[in-house]
Write a protein that binds this ligand. Structure first.
Ligand code: C2E
Ligand code: MG
Ligand code: MG
Length: 919
């Protein structure tokens, strides 16, 4: 790889130097060997040249001598002498060298005289001196030596010839002889000269071969050595490179080499590829800044900077980059080491979150050392205690805390924590201003690896408010929030305690059950707020009549219970009960109203009427019920019979649920009489429940139960349907059309679908609204408030009239009487009963009649039982009346026969019609 090679450039050059040196040495050696061989070749050339000159001189000398012998020319003998001098000079030099001690200069000059190449002379001297026995040299020299005498003899012949020619010439025979001698010598020298030449040539050839072989061998050896050395160095270089690459790639950090000038990536390691999700080939050449979310161009070399590395699929990895500058050859390169700091960032994030959480939690937090000396606290701590973190530093946090009983925190706390448990508890802590407050404290420890406590962490909350709240809750759990009296559960608990005590001391315990008479009416007539204030006053009055040891409870809306302790007999409670009745019947002033109430009280005592609290309360309740139903404003001691009544009521409730489906209801109709004429002008539908076992049940008994069960609306609707059906039947039978009054409960009257239901029923029977009179009790109208007015207006719009039933019992607002639909007042029976003797009743009745007259309303007096009542009311101006004096409630067909006397099967009834009294 180019880049990797570049990376290795400098160290590699150093490492390759031995190879270069070796190469130079090898080339030098070959050059030296070649030079040596050249020198030898020159020497050999000199030898050959010398031999050639020598042979030529030897042959020429023979020719010259032979010519001289024949001609006697001086030129020939001179030529002979010159050639001979060459031969003689060479021989002398040879012999001088062979002698072993010679004048190098003279020998050189001798060879030069023999015309040997001067460059070859030193080599020749060297060989003759050192290698005379070398192959071919030895043979050549031997051949040379063998010619010495013959050549010397040629010189003798020359001298003889010279002397002969100087003496007058040669004879023919002499000439012939001399010439033969010359030929003989020539023949002798010739072959030896050839041998000499041959051996010199062979020697030169041999030496050349030897030289070539030596140079070749040396070159080969040098080459081999160089190659071996090169291989070893390259192997080591390659090994280093691989190790480097391995290190580079296996680095845990991403390493990126960047061209500083262009900002482009030159090389990346494997970690960089993995983190970026891109192959190295893709990364190389890309811009370094493209690896990150933010630019890091401004980062200084050597400085760490944090950044976000972009990974495959947009994954972002928080990293820290550290760069350093280097040069690759002439190329400035930035090496970037990118470290994954995800874990560090996560830890820092965690730490930051933890620190912020610590600062923002509402609990106070203290971090202390192993000696419990404060190191730091959070903001909530300062808020709660008033101590700043600095003020507490070095102080022991347990010193400002005590156990709730005032004792210092015990050692066992620290032992527990040292044993690896957390300590949780309530302590009393002191604030900066010296005040103290209750604290819920939890202490835990942070340990080192040897399980030694390093720090304590204390977390606390101020539980002052919580404790107050808890006390309040506990009080609420046991007391009635309105009156502050104990509630049923607490009353029962106290009652049980008293019974246990009375059992030990053989005493009696009495439970009184007090129920306010007609409180419901007060509640409905005024506002609930007034009702509540009334109950508070009643609670106060009851409490005043009792001693400290007695307990008063409120266990229902207007139901109070009293526990009287330490009596000898149940009957000992009688004076207290009488006092209670008296105080409760006194008028109560609430806001601007004066309210007169009374109460019914049931009395049950331990051990006579029960041995546990629940039984005593239930029996006192039964006694109260009896008191209320029998008389009101009185009390009754419990008798077992009463309980049967209570059970009967409960039974009634469950049976009532089935009454509608079993069709056990029916209607009776009580005529309403025009007092002046005795004429029946209307009837009032009165509901009866024909119980399969108990016979006829009156509405006074089951209607309150139906109301409490939420069934009354369905019952009223049934009555409405039945009444309308009955009117239709009467009409068909030809009965004179009379008004029919229907009693409507508050529950249905207040229902949004009420008016619609009534008008739909009328329409379905095609009845005129005038045929119907809706009776709504005064208290029901009051209870419904604004809804009453709205409903009244709608009814009026439909032409339906309303009578205010039981008028005078409901503390009513007279404003209701002015509502458009209201057409009649029904004076309650309670005001009629006392007539005419009771002056109060008489005054009230007269006032009511006067008022209704002035409002233009009709009046109907209820419950007229005597002639005297009839007379009084008639005189007082009452128009209509109902009562047993005229008729009991009758069955529908009895009404029919009453109004249509001609009808067959007229029954003999107990009906009494009062004849009209004419004034
Ligand atoms: P109320 O509407 O005031 O009805 C008059 C009650 O007085 C009737 O009692 C009637 O039988 C009784 N009564 C009439 N004349 C005399 C009399 O001369 N002397 C005495 N002592 N009583 C007389 P009843 O039928 O027991 O009804 C009681 C109450 O039950 C009714 O009082 C009415 O408020 C309610 N009620 C009756 N029928 C229905 C009904 O169908 N629906 C609803 N919601 N209430 C009904
Ligand atoms: Mg009525
Ligand atoms: Mg009535």
């Amino acid at each position: 790889m180019r880049n990797a090679q570049t990376t290795l450039q400098r160290p590699l050059s150093r490492r390759l130097m031995p190879l270069v040196y070796a190469l130079v040495a090898m080339v030098g050696l070959i050059l030296a060997l070649t030079w040596g061989a050249l020198q030898v070749q020159i020497t050999l050339a000199g030898f050959l040249n010398g031999e050639s000159l020598w042979s030529k001189a030897q042959k020429q000398s023979v020719i010259d001598l032979d010519a001289y012998a024949v001609s006697g020319n001086a030129a020939d003998i001179d030529s002979f002498r010159r050639n001979y001098a060459v031969l003689d000079s060479d021989r002398w030099a040879r012999d001088a060298i062979a002698s072993g001690s010679f004048d190098h200069e003279k020998v050189m000059q001798a060879f030069e005289r023999g015309s040997v190449i001067p460059a070859a002379i030193p080599g020749m001297i060297f060989i003759l001196e050192h290698f005379p026995s070398a192959p071919h040299i030895n043979e050549a020299l031997r051949a040379w030596y063998s010619t010495d005498d013959a050549i010397a003899e040629l010189a003798g012949i020359a001298r003889q010839l010279q002397a002969a020619h100087a003496g007058g010439g040669l004879s023919g025979a002499e000439l012939t002889r001399q010439r033969e001698r010359i030929y003989t010598l020539n023949n002798y020298i010739g072959p030896r000269t050839n041998i000499f030449s041959l051996e010199i040539a062979l020697g030169a050839s041999w030496v050349s071969e030897i030289l070539f072989g030596s140079v070749l061998a040396a070159a080969c050896i040098a080459m081999l050595l160089w190659l071996r050395m090169a291989r070893r160095i390259l192997a080591s270089v390659r090994g280093t490179e691989e190790r480097y690459r391995l290190l580079f790639d296996s680095a845990a950090d991403a390493i990126v080499m960047v061209d500083e000038t262009s900002g482009r990536i030159l090389d990346v390691n494997r970690t960089a590829s993995i983190w970026t999700g891109r192959h190295a080939n893709e990364l190389i050449g890309d811009r370094f800044v493209h690896l990150f979310v933010q630019s890091i161009s401004g980062q200084q070399a050597g400085r760490a900077a944090t950044n976000t590395l972009l990974g495959l699929g947009g994954i972002k990895r928080p990293v820290e980059t550290q760069t350093s500058l280097a040069t690759w050859g002439n190329l400035p390169v930035r090496q970037a080491i990118i470290r994954d700091i995800s874990e560090r960032v996560a830890i820092e994030q965690e730490r930051r979150v933890a620190a912020e959480a610590l600062a923002s939690i509402v609990e106070g937090v203290i971090i202390a050392d192993a000696d419990r000396r404060v190191i730091s606290t959070n903001a909530a701590h300062t808020d709660i205690t008033g101590f700043t973190s600095v003020a507490l530093q070095g102080k022991r946090f347990d010193e400002s805390r005590r156990l709730p009983d005032g004792k210092p925190l015990p050692k066992s706390i620290w032992e527990d924590i040292a044993a690896g448990r957390n300590w949780l508890g309530e302590v009393q802590s002191t604030r900066n201003d010296g005040s103290s407050y209750p604290e819920h404290l939890s202490i835990s420890a942070i340990r080192d690896t040897d399980n030694q406590v390093l720090y304590f962490v204390a977390v606390f909350t101020n539980i002052h408010e919580a404790k107050l709240h808890q006390h309040r809750l506990e009080h609420l759990a046991r007391h009635d929030p309105l009156t502050g009296l104990v509630n049923r559960a607490e009353f029962e608990r106290r009652c049980s305690e008293s019974i246990a005590l009375a059992e030990r001391e053989r005493l009696a315990v009495v439970v009184l059950f007090i129920d306010l008479d007609a409180f419901k009416i007060v509640n409905d007539s005024y506002s609930h707020a007034i009702g509540d204030r009334l109950l508070v006053k009643v609670a106060d009055r009851i409490s005043r009549q009792l001693s400290e040891s007695d307990v008063v409870g409120r266990i229902g809306g207007d139901e109070f219970t009293v526990l009287i302790n330490r009596l000898s007999l149940r009957e000992d409670a009688r004076p207290i009960v009488n006092r209670l009745l008296a105080t409760l019947s006194e008028p109560l002033i609430v806001d601007d109203y004066e309210v007169v109430l009374s109460a019914s009280i049931g009395v049950a005592g331990y051990p006579l009427d029960g041995t546990d609290s629940a039984t005593l309360i239930a029996n006192a309740d039964a006694a109260m019920y009896t008191a209320k139903t029998e008389e009101r404003n009185t009390f009754r001691f419990y008798t077992p019979m009463m309980h049967a009544d209570t059970r009967r009521r409960l039974q009634l409730a469950s049976e009532l649920r089935l009454a509608l489906s079993r069709n056990e209801f029916h209607l009776l109709y009580q005529p309403s009489i025009e007092l002046r004429t005795g004429r029946i002008v209307a009837v009032e539908a009165l509901l009866r429940w024909q119980h399969p076992e108990r016979g006829e049940v009156l509405p006074g008994e089951f209607i309150p139960v139906a109301e409490s069960l939420g069934m009354i609306r369905r019952i009223d609707e049934w009555v409405m349907q039945a009444v309308c059906a009955q009117i239709q039947v009467w009409d068909l039978a030809g009965m004179p059309p009379i008004r029919v009054a229907v009693n409507i409960s508050a529950r249905w009257f207040g229902h949004p679908a009420f008016v619609d239901g009534v008008s739909r029923t009328l329409q379905s029977r095609q009845l005129s609204p005038k045929r119907l009179l809706l009776e709504i009790t005064e208290s029901a109208m009051l209870r419904l408030g604004d809804d009453t007015e709205r409903t009244m207006r709608t009814l009026h719009g439909l032409g339906i009239e309303v009578a205010v039933d039981d008028f005078g019992t409901g503390y009513s607002s007279m404003a209701y009487l002015k509502l458009p639909a209201v057409a009649y007042l029904k004076i309650d029976r309670s005001f009629v009963t006392g007539l005419p003797g009771n002056a109060n009743d008489a005054a009230i009745a007269e006032a009511m009649l006067a008022m209704s007259r002035s409002l233009g309303l009709g009046t109907i007096a209820e419950g007229i039982e005597t002639e005297a009542q009839h007379d009084f009311l008639l005189r007082a101006g009452c128009a209509e009346g109902q009562g047993y004096l005229y008729s009991y409630p009758l069955k529908a067909d009895e009404i029919l026969h009453l109004l249509c006397p001609n009808q067959p099967q007229f029954p003999v009834s107990k009906l009494r019609l009062v004849p009209p009294k004419r004034s």
